[in-house]
Design a protein around this ligand. Structure first.
Ligand SMILES: Nc1ncnc2c1ncn2[C@@H]1O[C@H](COP(=O)(O)OP(=O)(O)OP(=O)(O)O)[C@@H](O)[C@H]1O
Ligand SMILES: [Mg+2]
Length: 328
């Protein structure tokens, strides 16, 4: 393993008039790892990716990709990376195979290499059969996969993915995660942005949470969850009539107990499995019937709320501020 990080952001700042979209962001992504940039709409994720991929010039600060400076060596940076932007960039009027060929030619790759690599990529993204259909006949998930395939044609060691699964159904999302894990196994470094806490949790070794252009937290998924508080024992009663006695029993084992009457559920702060088994035993001997008993760690959703005071995922609301347009 070389000591050169795959990606470095060095005090990056980007201003658009009065708006500071990115406000002094620094981080390092070691080779072969996955960094998840997590943040809500307008946090500055796309702006960061655009600067690191040389599509946008920083107001100040700089960055390096595979050791190349994004300002001084943009060509070398482009040769070391692939990018799947937030908006689909495939040409709708071309077939899957033609899209791959077009980008391969733009990279100046040899014809034979393009042909062989394209087939491999179509296979890997389950697009072999659809390869001769125009992209406009593809579903959203297929387009996303073709987008990804296209960004891999030159086999870049570093891949930037801007919200790779936004708009996909849960199944396509899980499938794409599998493909991305495969790339990581083969040594590709990933920097992905996401608004989905679960996605960062599933894929990233390291997560950076950004809000309003600034890093507000970073760490492994588990470290972030630990910051949001302790674990809790969650117990669901069989009979609502047991709620009072169950609460009393819980209070004997935990200082903080919450009762959700409608759900017949009691939640108690706990330090771990020991607490859970003690509470379980207590209910066992008391004879109070229990439907379900479990230990719940804080979710990244809890983390986000804890850090920012607002939720990361705001329902179906989508950004209406796409002034920057699509990545191309
Ligand atoms: N070209 C531009 N001109 C003016 N303001 C811009 C431009 N591009 C981005 N911004 C602003 O910069 C901020 C960060 O935008 P950015 O697109 O980086 O956020 P994001 O985290 O990618 O959001 P989303 O999750 O919605 O894609 C927003 O306030 C946005 O309106
Ligand atoms: Mg964006």
């Amino acid at each position: 393993m070389s000591a050169t990080p795959a990606v470095e952001a060095i005090d990056l700042v980007k201003k658009f008039g009065d708006t500071t979209a990115v406000d002094g962001v620094s981080f390092v992504v070691p080779e072969g790892s996955v960094l998840g940039l997590l943040g809500p709409n307008g946090a500055g994720k796309t702006t960061l990716v655009r600067m690191l991929t040389t599509l946008s010039v920083p107001t100040s600060g700089t960055g390096r990709v595979a050791g190349h400076d994004i300002i001084k060596e943009p060509d070398a940076v482009r040769r070391s990376m692939g990018l799947t932007g937030q908006a689909a960039t495939v040409d709708e009027h071309l077939t899957g195979r033609e899209n791959l060929k077009l980008i391969g030619r733009l990279y100046g790759l040899p014809k034979k290499y393009i042909k062989e690599t394209s087939e491999g990529l179509l296979e890997r993204f389950s697009l072999t059969d659809a390869g001769d259909r125009t992209a406009k006949t593809y579903s959203g998930g297929m387009r996303r996969r073709l987008d990804l395939a296209v960004s891999l044609i030159a086999a870049p060691p570093v891949l930037f993915l801007d919200e790779p699964t936004t708009g996909l159904d849960p199944r396509s999302r899980t499938e794409l995660w599998e493909v991305l894990r495969g790339l990581v196994r083969e040594g590709t470094t990933l920097l992905l942005t996401t608004q989905y806490l679960e996605e960062a949790d599933q894929l990233a070794n390291e997560i950076i949470v950004i809000d309003k252009g600034k890093i507000i937290a970073s760490g492994t998924p588990n470290q972030l969850k630990d910051q949001a508080g302790e674990a809790a024992v969650v117990l669901t009663l069989t009979h609502a009539s047991d709620l009072e006695s169950a609460e009393a029993l819980m209070r004997a084992h935990s200082a903080e107990v919450y009762v959700d009457r409608a759900a017949r559920r009691l939640t108690a702060k706990a330090s771990g499995l020991g607490d859970m088994s003690r509470i379980g035993n207590a209910f066992d001997t008391s004879g109070i019937a229990v439907d379900d008993l479990g230990l719940k760690r804080p979710s990244l959703d809890d983390v986000f709320l804890h850090l920012t005071g607002h939720r990361a995922e705001t329902g179906d609301e989508t950004s209406t501020e796409k002034m920057d347009g699509a990545l191309s």
